[in-house]
Design a protein around this ligand. Structure first.
Ligand SMILES: Nc1ncnc2c1ncn2[C@@H]1O[C@H](COP(=O)(O)OP(=O)(O)OP(=O)(O)O)[C@@H](O)[C@H]1O
Length: 240
């Protein structure tokens, strides 16, 4: 089942094309690595598909819902933004129960969902501790749990491992692998080894344009490695 479809999706800021005619489709259960050098358009793509920004061109659907119905899309997606903020005084458990209540869960259900997700992301033993005492990796895992609170069809993670040590990165990647069994995951990152570990397919952007899309082995074919393919595709674009 197609869970994301973009056709000619574009975003202009004045004369600058932050995203220029992105066309791709993703299926349920796919984990898509969204790659590109700084300024390529990754965050713009995520903001458009999560209905935070309105496109200046093109159309899209997420979870089968057209992009001009943002309220419905927001009910069916989960997002870990590039720099998520957390209420420092709340505990992880309170934060997730509150998020579940915002999606209309009863008090009893909210507790059940929060407890399950805290266990899934390995935070159950710190559920009663204030978020201000969490490490960066723990906050990122809490953010992923928050993104899953409404049982989303599509989850968007913008640089979830940024600033984490290797152990923290490994934990996040394991969590992402688990999510991918149900939902479609869009993972924006600069770390290609991460993509090779957890993603089934990639989108490579450069200066707002799609340079490659598809299963990793197809994109890598001929180049030898994902990093070689990435450099070929993005460097080549600098010379046209
Ligand atoms: N609000 C804005 N106004 C003007 N230009 C913007 C705005 N937001 C983004 N841009 C421009 O759009 C382009 C794409 O930016 P975007 O943040 O999507 O890139 P990115 O791939 O996420 O980069 P990074 O890896 O550095 O996070 C960049 O040239 C950026 O300067």
């Amino acid at each position: 089942m197609t869970t994301i479809e973009a056709i000619g999706l574009s975003k202009r800021y004045g004369a600058r094309n932050a995203l220029d005619g992105l066309t791709f489709a993703a299926d349920q259960g796919e984990v898509i690595g969204l790659l590109g050098p700084n300024g390529a358009g990754k965050t713009t793509t995520i903001r458009l598909l999560t209905t935070i920004l309105e496109p200046t061109g093109g159309t899209f659907t997420v979870a089968g819902i057209p992009g001009d119905q943002p309220d419905r899309i927001r009910q069916r997606i989960g997002v870990l933004p590039e720099s998520a903020g957390y209420p420092a005084r709340q505990t992880g458990g309170e934060y997730l129960r509150y998020a579940a209540r915002l999606f209309g869960r009863s008090r009893h259900d909210a507790r059940g969902v929060a407890d399950r997700l805290l266990t899934d992301v390995g935070l159950s033993d710190r559920a009663g501790a204030r978020i201000s005492t969490y490490s960066r990796g723990m906050k990122q895992r809490l953010g992923i749990a928050r993104a899953l609170i409404n049982d989303p069809a599509v989850v968007f993670l913008d640089e979830p491992t940024l600033g984490l040590d290797p152990a923290g990165q490994r934990e996040i990647l394991a969590t992402i692998g688990e999510i991918g069994r149900g939902a479609t995951v869009v993972l924006s990152t600069h770390t290609l080894t991460e993509v090779e570990q957890v993603c089934t397919s990639v989108l490579i952007l450069d200066r707002g344009r799609l340079r490659a899309a598809g299963p990793i082995d197809k994109v890598v074919a001929g180049a030898g490695s994902l990093s070689a393919a990435f450099l070929n595709l993005t460097e080549e674009a600098r010379h046209v």
